[in-house]
Write a protein that binds this ligand. Structure first.
Ligand code: SAH
Ligand code: SF4
Ligand code: F3S
Length: 454
């Protein structure tokens, strides 16, 4: 293919994993000579990186695709690509539904984009969804931020939660070696990145597919070991990781987070339900008591830690009393943020075929009640920041107010303060918090020189 100065546009749905894949695919396209455009209608290559976690996520893709497919009638050179989890799930069926597509590629094939596009240029319509050993990443991602970056540590998921499509679309667990992860972080440090989020759908599973067991009988390469291994990478000031699974969350990990200064006190540990019967039906492999113990232990060691989670309401068979257990857990724990969702039956998952599905009305009602409670919790948790001095790593200008910059506390609360982004991007600044909202804060930089009148 000779792209010349062809323009591309990527639209990304779904989780951080997809965002990281999009950045890598953008890097591949730029290496091939493509140039980013903000306007999809002006692009000669449009790539949809899709999500299928819930039905509404999937439907979004079809409505977007319809419009671009029409463009192809008048612009035959337009290249249309569907990547991500809908691509993996639907495969060939996508081509039948939208015959204008040129390329359908599953998440495991993101690094092969150039190769696949070259086959498209040779006149083929390609579907790349077979399970493969993921090629080690030699792409240079076009990262959206200049301060924070994602680093994949484990792909796929070997769990079998009965509601979830992820194992079907992301394949089996494949950990990257500690050395290549460190190498990627070293390069990011050299480029001026300050914060790294290590990514995996079940990050606690990191390393179990790598060779090596210690004399004590545990895996040699756990997430905890990885944190120690990468902790001293020069230039990197903050390290986060997501997503944690309660079943595998260890005390060693809590200890490491408390001990390692760069590891931020922020834990994203989905619980899904506060009821043991439902947790069993979901095949989550822990009880609500175990979940509470984990949170207690974290707060014992790090009283200020921020705790975020995901929960599902309206799972098949959920009674009002069982839902009340979820409410109780949320009330007791007071999450810093809770992502909630009404259960959505997904093709190829066990729970979708059960005959005890709840009505949309019941799900919507429970979702609303849970959201209300979760927002109260978040507002209460936010109060602890009032009048405090927080270290804010400045990421960008506030898109809604150019006189302000925005960054995050170690606990991941978005924080705004008046200053000039050109001086402060990538710096960590002590900020006195003056205004507290449920999910964000406003403050004043302590060093007046670093404020407005620099
Ligand atoms: N690996 C993570 C979550 C991955 S999916 C974990 O184990 O927790 C992100 C979130 O989407 C899940 O935590 C769950 O709350 C939600 N989710 C997944 N499948 C869903 C479904 N079928 N219906 C509604 N929500 C779902
Ligand atoms: Fe899905 Fe469960 Fe794997 Fe999370 S751990 S991605 S919810 S199967
Ligand atoms: Fe969606 Fe795939 Fe992530 S289904 S949530 S984009 S792993």
């Amino acid at each position: 293919m000779n792209p010349g100065s062809r323009r591309y546009h990527i639209i990304t749905f779904g989780c951080q994993m997809n965002k990281a894949d999009s950045e890598r695919m953008a890097g591949v396209l730029e290496d091939m000579g493509f140039v980013w455009t903000e306007t999809p209608d002006q692009a000669q290559l449009v790539l949809y990186n899709t999500c299928t976690i819930r039905d509404n996520a999937e439907q979004k893709v079809y409505s977007y695709l319809g419009r671009q497919a029409k463009r192809k009638q008048t612009e035959p050179d337009l290249t249309l690509v569907v990547a991500g989890c809908v691509a993996q799930q639907e495969g060939d069926a996508l081509l039948r539904r939208v015959p204008e597509l040129d390329l359908v590629l599953g998440p495991q094939h993101a690094n092969r984009l150039q190769d696949l596009l070259e086959q498209v240029a040779a006149g083929q319509q390609i579907v790349a969804t077979e399970q493969i050993q993921i090629v080690e990443d030699i792409t240079k991602p076009r990262r959206d931020s200049q301060v924070t970056a994602w680093v994949n540590v484990i792909y796929g998921c070997n769990e079998r939660c009965t509601y979830c499509v992820v194992p079907n679309v992301r394949g089996v667990e494949q950990s990257r070696s500690p050395e290549v992860i460190r190498e990627e972080m070293v390069r990011l440090g050299e480029q001026g990145y300050k914060e790294i989020t290590l990514l995996g759908q079940n990050i606690d599973a990191y390393g179990r597919d790598l060779p090596g067991v210690t004399a004590g009988g545990r895996y040699e390469h756990t997430l905890t070991d990885l944190l120690y291994f990468v902790h001293d990478v020069p230039g990197i000031e903050r390290i986060r990781f997501a997503t944690s699974h309660p079943r595998y969350f260890t005390e060693r990990l809590i200890h490491a987070c408390a001990e390692l200064p760069k590891v931020c006190e922020h834990f994203h540990i989905p619980f899904q339900s506060g009821d043991d019967e439902l947790l069993k039906a979901m095949a989550r492999g822990y009880t609500q008591a175990k979940y509470r113990r984990i949170i207690d232990k974290i707060r014992d060691r790090m009283p200020d830690a921020s705790i975020t989670a995901d929960a599902i309401v309206g799972f098949p068979g959920e009674t009002e009393a069982q839902f009340a257990q979820t409410l109780k857990l949320v009330e007791d724990i007071e999450f810093d943020q809770l992502n909630t969702a009404a259960y959505s039956p997904r093709p190829g998952t066990p729970a979708a075929s059960w005959d005890n599905q709840l009505s949309e009305t019941v799900k919507a009602d429970r979702l609303q009640r849970l959201n209300h409670l979760a927002n109260q919790g978040a507002a209460a948790r936010s109060q602890r920041y009032a009048h405090r001095i927080e270290e804010i790593l400045v990421e960008d200008q506030n898109p809604k107010d150019p006189t302000q910059v925005m960054g995050r506390t170690r606990g991941n609360r978005l924080t705004f303060f008046a200053s000039d982004i050109h001086h402060l991007r990538g710096q960590t600044i002590p900020v006195k918090i003056t205004e507290v909202r449920p999910f964000s804060l406003t403050g004043e930089p302590l060093d007046a020189k670093k404020g407005l009148n620099w």
